[in-house]
Design a protein around this ligand. Structure first.
Ligand SMILES: *Cc1c(COP(=O)(O)O)cnc(C)c1O
Length: 439
């Protein structure tokens, strides 16, 4: 049966009448790869089902949260029980303490933790706190790292490595972007140069320790340790944005994996188990500046929402009940990546295969990728051919070369074999594309 998205195409047109671009978050619109985004009807385990009747093996997992797979029966069971007790109180619950305790046990650097509703809120609040604590204004971020959509972090590099940032979106004032300095990831000399020039004014360095928003990039050996010692020597706070990597690359996130202790950590995605949750935390003396313990204001009508806390607690408990959860999911992901790489090599492609635990990515370039500039050398046209060929065979990848993919505990050996086989056919189309267009 031919692959069709007729109903989704109609639904997309209808959605555009009421929603900007038809979606509530831009990447869902498939603008990067072209074509129609499937409208999803339901999800179960490793699978997504669209309104056209297509079934997909899902490697997006709602962009990271669904590490147990979709609609895990114990998570949905506990949610069903919770929903009958009311959906929001605006008053404290035992659930909030329970999730905070689980988070602080997993992340020893987080002695105190505040729940919010999204990763964006977590990084926004962590920056305010870092500025209040250090009484400084400047922030350093890394090109290609994404921390949410608030003004201070929607900033791109100015011209030259050590210049102040410029807004990455209309609506962000120059006066705010000018407090943000952007440097290339994995380039410790560039960061050191920024500290030499502005060090005494830098409140915080915010970093995705394992960047997953420009494709998946790995930190070079000792890079994170050097970042940490630079920040420490200037009295600057180091903020690990582990919204994606937390409870994903290891239970205790990248800071456990690489043995680094940041001052503040931002979480999201997995800790919400598929419901809207973010969190930020750190050492007690810093976190006690947050209201009402201290003067730094931050609040939320739905923060610590009982349904969101229930899904998060159930997810973390189920992960910790499986012995060697992260070893197993990492081995499964390695097997998938090795299989796809072998298919690529059969066509003579020497693309870049990156993997950390259950996150993975293929850059369509034969050059090493270690920062945003090198990631941008990827052949996006070739990726887009691959992407659509996979989609038509029932494999749902992130609709952009610059997204990581995510394995879940629900993916089976049969899912992985089917994905590898599909990749062979997809690479054949890429080879055909190169024959027609390049030579
Ligand atoms: C997804 C993500 C965010 C933003 O989280 P939202 O919940 O979408 O606001 C921030 N930082 C990183 C590293 C992310 O991957």
């Amino acid at each position: 049966m031919a692959f069709k998205l007729d109903k989704s195409a109609m639904a997309f047109a209808e959605a555009k009448r009421y929603i900007p671009g038809g979606v509530n978050s831009p990447v869902r619109s498939f603008r990067g790869v072209g074509g129609t985004p499937p409208f999803i009807a339901k999800a179960l385990g490793s699978r997504l089902y669209d309104i056209d009747g297509n079934e997909y093996i899902d490697y997006v997992g709602s962009w990271g949260p669904m590490i147990l797979g979709h609609a895990h029966p114990e998570v949905t069971g506990e949610l069903a029980e919770a929903i009958n007790k009311g959906t929001s109180y605006g008053a404290p619950t035992l659930l909030e303490t329970e999730l905070a305790r689980l988070v602080t046990e997993a992340f020893p650097s987080m002695e105190l933790v505040r729940m919010v509703n999204s990763g964006t809120e977590a990084t926004m609040s962590a920056l305010r706190l870092a500025r209040a604590y250090t009484k400084r204004n400047k922030i350093v971020k890394f090109a290609g790292c994404y921390h949410g959509h608030h003004d201070s972090l929607l900033v791109k590099a100015g011209s030259g490595a050590t210049t102040l940032g410029v807004p990455d979106s209309p609506g962000v004032p120059d006066s705010i972007a000018g407090h943000t300095i952007t440097v290339e990831y994995n380039d410790i000399n560039a960061l050191a140069a920024v500290f030499e020039r502005y060090g005494e004014d830098i409140a915080a360095v915010i970093i995705e320790p394992v960047p997953g928003n420009m494709g998946l990039i790995l930190p070079q050996p000792e890079y994170l340790a050097k970042v940490s010692s630079l920040t420490e020597s200037y009295g600057t706070l180091l903020i690990f944005d582990e919204v994606m990597s937390g409870f994903r690359v290891a239970y205790g996130g990248a800071q456990e994996l690489y043995g680094i202790t940041p001052d503040l950590t931002c979480l999201g995605k997995v800790i919400g188990g598929g419901l809207p949750v973010g969190a930020y935390g750190g050492a007690k003396d810093i976190m006690e500046l947050v209201a009402p313990a201290g003067p730094v204001y931050q609040a939320g009508t739905l923060s610590g929402n009982p349904l969101a806390m229930t899904a998060g607690i159930a997810t973390l408990r189920l992960i910790s009940e499986v012995p060697d959860f992260y070893e197993k999911i990492g081995a499964k992901t390695a097997a998938l990546c090795a299989g796809i790489q072998a298919q690529a090599q059969a066509f003579g492609f020497s693309f870049q295969f990156h993997q950390v635990g259950s996150m993975f990515c293929t850059f369509f370039t034969d050059q090493p990728v270690y920062d945003y500039i090198s990631a941008k050398r990827s052949d996006v046209a070739a990726f887009n051919i691959f992407f659509h060929a996979m989609l038509e065979q029932g494999v749902y990848l992130g609709p952009s070369q610059f997204e990581a993919a995510f394995m879940s505990d629900a993916h089976t050996g049969a899912d992985i074999d089917a994905t590898i086989a599909a990749s062979g056919k997809a690479f054949a189309k890429v080879a055909e594309f190169y024959r027609k267009n390049k030579h």
